[in-house]
Ligand binder design. Sequence first.
Ligand SMILES: Cc1ncc(COP(=O)(O)O)c(C=O)c1O
Length: 327
Amino acid sequence: MFIGNGVSELIDLVLRALLNDGDEVLVPSPDYPLWTAAVTLNRGRAVHYPCRPEHGFVPDPEELARLVTPRTRALVVINPNNPTGAVYPRRVLQALAQLAESRGLVVFSDEIYDQMTYDGAEFVPMATLVHDTLCATLSGLSKVYRACGYRVGWVAFSGRTHNATEYLNGLELLSSLRLCSNVMAQWAVQTALGGHQSIRELVSPGGRLHESRAAILQATAHSRYLTLTPPGGAMYAFVGVDPQVLPDFDDQQFTLDLLEQKHVLVAPGVSFNVPYCNHFRITNLPDAVTLKDVFARIEELLSAYAALPRTSGRAAGNVVSVASRAK
Ligand SMILES: Cc1ncc(COP(=O)(O)O)c(C=O)c1O
């Protein structure tokens, strides 16, 4: 186990120790974009495997197997997922574990949202399924313990560690280069892991995160424009805009317009490495009352788009922006 200044630092370290120029890493699409960025920065090639909206953002292991080449070194799994909130079923994780074992891939399982699940969704740790190849499980204090500013995370290795001595030595060397991770933050780990698990109340009925998620589900269900696969975990919803109703929708223009005109900040779907532009990510951290207001503002902006003559989404957004600036 290695302790780091957040999972972010460890994502870079575990890839830096592994990759040679041009090595390929299977990364989900959408992904938490640091994974793609860290593969690229370490001269690897991120090969995105689709987690499609129409399949509840769950990957298809057979499709994924077809992306493996002789250059593939690792498989990244983010479960529960940021940005979609998908919690992968056991049978899918089993198939991914078997694929990694049969093709000798290192599994990087980012499980930083492991205790954030809703309505009985089952979280299955990848380390319980991977035995015949190296498995790295990453987690930390940032999400479940809401202490992201402490900058503390960890990576635990399991599976065939005895075959990976050189890799683990490399990692030891790289982590020694920064001497150590923040010591004061490490003191918080025992208190967090051994103390009262307040996250359980937050994600249960009546709890803040549960109720905020319910507000998002309700608002999207009543929307004329929005679609949503209910997130089973994490603290996000990856909301779609119905292409039948708003075929010109452009997520980047929308997020700019929403910020400028309605003072609401969301993240455009394309920033999570997807090949479509009709999604945005919202978090269920604000309380339910605030989220109700947020979705009313989103609906207003989308109604303004719908009232425009059809052109390209970017142009449609611009017309609203220019009009509102002119006021
Ligand atoms: C899936 C995932 N992994 C890692 C991180 C980074 O966590 P940390 O604060 O420990 O660097 C995040 C933060 O948003 C995340 O969503």
